[in-house]
Design a protein around this ligand. Structure first.
Ligand code: UTP
Length: 283
């Protein structure tokens, strides 16, 4: 049974500067909630109650968001704003949240390593803090893990000409949409990419990954890449990939953020759907 998750949120978010100078990118609003609330909600809905945020300098807004704010609750109660009060209280009940600070921004692999003591000797979920999905893919990862008993990572098929931006897998399809991974390459040239199945930032990992991250030297950009650590893990344990069919919103840059707001806005706020469609068409 998977009980714990680690969400790294310590990155500088340089592609979103100047927004992210003092504002964590993981707290950027998508319609009416910050990105990271969607991530936590999916985990809690999938039955994971213990969540560790790997935070860094300037990320206190995340802690405040998941904390109780009595003054605000009192104010909403006194002014009979019960709908808003309910929305605030729902956040308070989102699992047991823990925090640890990554001391230097040395990459996603290094950030996940900060979860070692929290996770212990169990399989766990790691989700990047800047990506949301139109469906709950945590449940898919857990389902595949329950059937095969190994690490499982979420994959997405992208147009071949875009593979150079991602970690890409080489694998064999063993069941519909499930791949036995043979190798992973970080940001390959289009000509050398083994496939167009990319690693999306949602992982269900064996605790052995921590030892492998420790053995991983800094890779591209001087960062400890989780993909490199996964390749080391692959030498000893099986890793499967599950192809996600839903929409993924990577909010690492301004266009990704705008797209997420328009699309999720038109889904979540049906009263604006027609208006938004017309508005975008007329731009
Ligand atoms: P990114 O590489 O997209 O985030 O990492 P970044 O480094 O903040 O972005 P840019 O490239 O400078 O614009 C994906 C997730 O991993 C976290 C980030 O906070 C983000 O949620 N991360 C990344 C860490 O926690 N620590 C790191 O050292 C790097």
């Amino acid at each position: 049974m998977i009980k714990k998750a680690v969400i790294p949120v310590a990155g500088f978010g340089t592609r979103l500067l100047p927004i992210t100078k003092a504002q964590p990118k993981e707290m950027l609003p998508v319609v009416n909630k910050p990105i990271v609330q969607y991530v936590v909600e999916d985990l809690v809905e999938a039955g994971i109650k213990n969540i560790l945020f790997v935070t860094g300098k300037g990320k206190q807004a995340i802690e405040n968001h998941f904390d109780i704010n009595y003054e605000l609750e009192c104010k909403l109660k006194n002014s009979n704003k019960y709908d808003l009060l309910k929305a605030i209280k729902e956040i308070d009940n989102l699992g047991n949240i823990f925090y640890i600070r990554q001391k230097e921004q040395k990459g996603l692999g290094d950030a996940i390593l900060y979860g070692k003591e929290f996770v212990g000797d169990e399989y766990f979920i790691a989700m990047v803090g800047d990506t949301i999905y139109s469906e709950n893919i945590v449940k898919d990862l857990i389902k595949v893990h329950e059937k095969y008993g190994c690490s499982v990572i979420a994959l997405e098929r992208v147009p071949m000409e875009e593979v150079y931006k991602y970690g890409v897998i080489e694998g064999e399809e063993i069941d519909e949409g499930i791949y036995k991974i043979k190798n992973m390459v970080e940001k390959p040239n289009v000509e050398e990419a083994p496939s167009n199945l990319i690693i999306t930032g949602a992982y269900l990992l064996s605790p052995k990954i921590f030892e492998k991250i420790r053995q991983t030297p800094p890779g591209k950009g001087g960062e400890i890449q989780i993909t490199d650590a996964l390749n080391l893990l692959l030498k000893e344990e099986e890793i499967l990939g599950v192809e996600i069919k839903c929409k993924r919103y990577d909010i690492g840059d301004v266009l990704g953020w705008l797209k997420a707001n328009v699309e999720i806005g038109s889904e979540k706020l049906p009263e604006f759907r027609e208006f938004l469609k017309e508005f975008v068409k007329n731009l």
